[in-house]
Design a protein around this ligand. Structure first.
Ligand SMILES: NC(=O)c1ccc[n+]([C@@H]2O[C@H](COP(=O)([O-])OP(=O)(O)OC[C@H]3O[C@@H](n4cnc5c(N)ncnc54)[C@H](O)[C@@H]3O)[C@@H](O)[C@H]2O)c1
Length: 355
């Protein structure tokens, strides 16, 4: 990790021809060698424009990204929405007891934010793993409706779309009641609805904007978990709740300032642990997934393009996460295979938080 206050230039200058070079080593290099290094960097390394906001002032600068260090920001096909496949229950006859524990045959799931992005991809994985009913809850009618129709057509699963804002406790209570009435139970909740704000300095963060993000990311996760948790308690059969937090709940992102998002996701992680401890007695497991930088619409905004190259450079796997990269972990946390796991925060970030 670089020392606090290290500049972008010094972070980037810490590499020579694909190798990390300790700042100390750079300083002991003979002047000639350093000059040659500087020239070769200029000649071979791409320039990346970075947009910077400070005290409401916007400035642009060019930074070097060492050649060969950055793969494409979005690898070809990474953000393509593939069609889901139908689960054939006959497969259960061939599975060993170990593998059978990793299916979700006969389960019913709720997915908030399931209209697109990570939520939609996890909903597809739930259907492909054997769920017989999936309720998609999303505030955007167009994406939610389309997602439910396509998922049902592709997999034969009974999928319902509910237009609900996760901040609205009354609406959420009625929605969850309807899900229970229709499917007879709820076994799994994936809490993926969330928003992000980036490049906002703490000194000038608008209070209303700050409250709104906290309200959606934390209060919304709680309201949904409470409504579904009560349904699971009523059933007497427990269930699995999976909150989508972020690595931003454990580390501070670089270079963009986003104190509110980071604080909100730290809250989601601690909410997860608290609910896990309180509801273990009801057979409800609660875990969180903390993704790194994922290639979804949330990040596909022009203002983040230059920063994305820096994110990729600082990720050992040299790519952003694909839209379906959380699927395997979500299924693991939902199924019996993770039966003794609760209150855990699972970071899945291509290694970003290792450095
Ligand atoms: N994309 C990333 O890099 C990344 C990284 C870490 C964590 N996450 C988290 O993963 C989750 C999903 O992110 P994504 O990238 O798929 O984003 P996305 O914007 O593609 O999808 C989020 C969905 O949530 C819905 N939503 C937003 N506010 C809502 C509300 N108040 N009520 C109901 N639905 C609402 C949106 O309509 C949208 O369909 C979020 O919680 C996000 O913070 C994303």
């Amino acid at each position: 990790m670089l020392a606090r206050g290290a500049t972008l230039a010094s972070r980037v200058a810490g590499r020579v021809a694909g190798e990390r070079v300790a700042p100390k080593l750079l300083s002991v290099m003979p002047t000639q060698q350093r000059a040659a290094f500087a020239t070769s960097m200029k000649r071979r390394d791409p320039e990346v424009p970075v947009i910077h906001y400070e005290n409401g002032k916007r400035t642009e600068e060019q930074v070097h990204v060492p050649a060969g260090q950055s793969g494409p920001v979005a690898p070809e096909g990474a953000d393509e929405q593939r069609a889901a496949k139908r689960f054939d229950p006959k497969v259960m006859d061939y599975l060993t007891p170990t593998l059978a524990k990793f299916t979700l045959q006969g389960k019913v799931a709720v997915v908030t934010g399931g209209g697109r992005g990570l939520g939609l991809n996890m909903a597809q994985a739930l259907a492909e793993s054997g769920c017989v009913g999936i309720a998609i809850m999303d505030v955007q009618t167009d994406v939610g409706d389309k997602a439910a129709q396509e998922l049902s057509e592709q997999t034969g699963v009974d999928v319902r779309y509910y237009r609900v804002d996760v901040r609205d406790g009354g609406a959420m209570g009625r929605t969850v009641q309807d899900v229970e009435d229709h499917y007879g139970k709820i076994d799994i909740l994936v809490n993926a609805a969330g928003i992000a704000d980036s490049n906002i300095k703490a000194e000038t963060y608008d209070h209303e904007k700050f409250r709104r993000l906290i309200d959606i990311n934390i209060t919304g996760s709680f309201i949904t978990a409470q409504a579904v948790g009560n349904a699971m308690i009523r059933s007497g059969k427990g269930g699995s709740i999976i909150n989508i937090a972020s690595m931003s709940g454990s580390v501070v992102n670089y270079p963009q300032e986003q104190s509110c998002y980071n604080a909100s996701k730290a809250g989601v992680i601690q909410l997860t642990k608290s609910l896990a401890a309180e509801w273990a007695r009801y057979g409800i497991r609660v875990n969180s997934i903390s993704p790194g930088y994922m290639d979804t619409a949330l990040n596909r905004v022009p203002a983040l393009d230059a920063q994305k190259r820096i994110w990729v450079d600082h990720t050992p796997q040299k790519r952003l996460g694909a839209v379906d990269d959380l699927n395997g972990l979500a299924i693991y946390l939902a199924c019996e295979g993770s039966g003794y796991m609760t209150g855990n925060n699972c970071i899945i970030d291509g290694g970003y938080t290792l450095w």
